[in-house]
Design a binder for this molecule. Structure first.
Ligand SMILES: Cc1cc2nc3c(=O)[nH]c(=O)nc-3n(C[C@H](O)[C@H](O)[C@H](O)COP(=O)(O)OP(=O)(O)OC[C@H]3O[C@@H](n4cnc5c(N)ncnc54)[C@H](O)[C@@H]3O)c2cc1C
Length: 411
């Protein structure tokens, strides 16, 4: 393990190259979206929910888009779901309702992952190919590599900006699995490595939903959506007159059901899924442990301990395995550099458990399996509650509707 110099905003890119370059995988691009609380606050202040319902699904040209672009900040805890929920209060009812609904999808994804953890890597309810052993063979034919303008735009945005609209994510995921028959897990990994908002929770849910692993119904992608959501793009496409996606992909019969993990129906260990309701304290902390989910100024453990230094550890073993795009590491470095303007910050690379083993730390409960397993070994002396939008319930997570109904009946 090694303590790194603390990054500063002006040299975050050089710092990332120098200190983390060997952990990054792929080409270096400047994604445009900047990491850090200052940028998160500015993005939230600049977002207007007016017109969101009508324009959320628009793709191209970029000026037509109505979605917020807040996802990287939400993913890293710079903006909490309750804060974003509140921020649009008073807007037009239809837009606010639609926007709130999307925040609930994020919350549903988090509940699913908090409860099922690694089991979300398997098709949850219906059997769809998971590995690249479909008709095209392992990894062959990379279905996004063609000249279709719609796929090319999306592929380039993914690899150079690290961000896509929800529609583009559905297009790429559907094209990968539904039309090309490739296993979804490789596609999900490709997204995860490059998306600035890449989270196992929302990414796996998005893939499972698009390709029918959750509902049994596949989302078919064809030229029709491109003409509707990106008018004019087909006219600029070299394949305009021989469009390979002119027709819908062939309708498949309902895939067979998998034997479902019983935890999707009922949670018998809600305390582990949801974490504490009140701060738990069993000692005096000397530092605050931050993770990639808790990089915001309003992180409960940081708020409760304003004078303590914060500690962030780049987990070498994990990052070597994940092979993240440089943009993702740059985003994290920018978050840390921004935070270091207001707070004493230690940045390390190595094993978080080894770095934190002998230190009394405060931290915020995080509903992901990686945090739980490390927290068990680190033994924080103070654990703060996660900022849920809806507290997890023990009822069914078999669908968004079942989850919402169960949540509403308990409210
Ligand atoms: C295949 C696939 C993969 C995805 N991978 C991710 C991922 O790794 N990380 C991620 O945060 N989202 C993921 N999503 C969900 C969604 O596409 C993004 O959250 C959204 O496009 C982010 O853009 P935005 O901030 O402008 O969203 P907005 O439309 O402005 O919505 C506001 C917020 O609501 C949440 N949200 C919106 N739509 C969804 C949704 N369908 N599911 C869950 N949360 C949603 C996000 O936190 C988002 O920032 C994925 C969707 C699909 C179909």
């Amino acid at each position: 393990m090694r303590q790194l110099p603390t990054p500063s905003p002006a040299e975050a890119a050089d710092w990332t190259h120098r200190e983390l370059g060997d952990l990054a995988f792929g080409d270096w691009h400047d994604p445009g979206m900047r990491g850090g609380q200052t940028s998160a606050d500015a993005a939230l202040a600049a977002f207007s929910v007016v017109g969101y319902a009508a324009r959320r699904n628009e793709v191209w040209p970029a000026a037509r888009r109505g979605s917020s672009g807040l996802s990287p900040y939400i993913r890293h805890g710079l903006l909490s779901l309750p804060a974003v929920w509140q921020a649009v209060a008073g807007g037009p009812a239809r837009d606010v309702e639609k926007f709130h609904d999307e925040l609930l999808w994020q919350e549903y994804a988090r509940h699913l992952y908090a409860r099922l953890g690694g089991a979300t890597r398997r098709s949850l309810r219906f059997s769809v190919p998971e590995h690249d052993d479909g008709p095209a063979g392992p990894g062959a034919g990379r279905p996004w590599s063609g000249e279709e303008a719609c796929l090319r735009e999306a592929r380039e945005e993914l690899s150079t900006r690290g961000w896509l609209t929800n529609q583009q994510r559905m297009w790429l995921a559907s094209h990968w699995s539904v039309r090309s028959g490739l296993g979804w897990r490789e596609g999900e990994d490709l997204f995860f490595r490059q998306l600035l908002d890449g989270s196992r929770a929302a990414n796996r849910l998005g893939w499972q939903w698009t390709i029918g692993a959750l509902t049994g119904k596949q989302y078919g992608f064809s030229r029709w959506q491109v003409e509707k959501r990106a008018p004019g793009l087909c006219a600029a496409c070299p394949l305009e007159r021989r469009c390979p996606i002119q027709q819908w992909p062939p309708e498949e019969p309902l895939p067979p059901r998998v034997s479902v993990d019983p935890r999707i129906r009922r949670d018998d260990d809600l305390a582990t899924t949801a974490g504490p309701v009140q701060p738990e304290q069993r000692g005096r902390p000397e530092a605050v442990w931050l993770t990639a989910e808790s990089l915001g100024d309003e992180d409960p453990a940081m708020l409760a301990n304003p004078d303590l230094p914060a500690v962030f550890v780049f987990d070498e073993v994990l990052l070597t395995r994940l092979r993240l795009a440089p943009m993702r590491l740059l985003f994290l470095a920018e978050c840390l550099a921004d935070l270091a303007q207001r707070r004493t910050l230690e940045v390390w690379r190595g094993d978080p458990v080894a770095v934190l083993a002998d230190r009394a730390v405060a931290t915020t409960f995080t509903p992901v399996p990686g945090w739980r397993s490390r927290a068990l070994r680190v033994g924080p002396v103070e654990i703060h509650p996660w900022r849920w939008l809806r507290r997890p319930h023990p009822g069914p997570l078999t669908s968004f509707t079942a989850w919402s109904r169960s949540a509403a009946s308990r409210a």
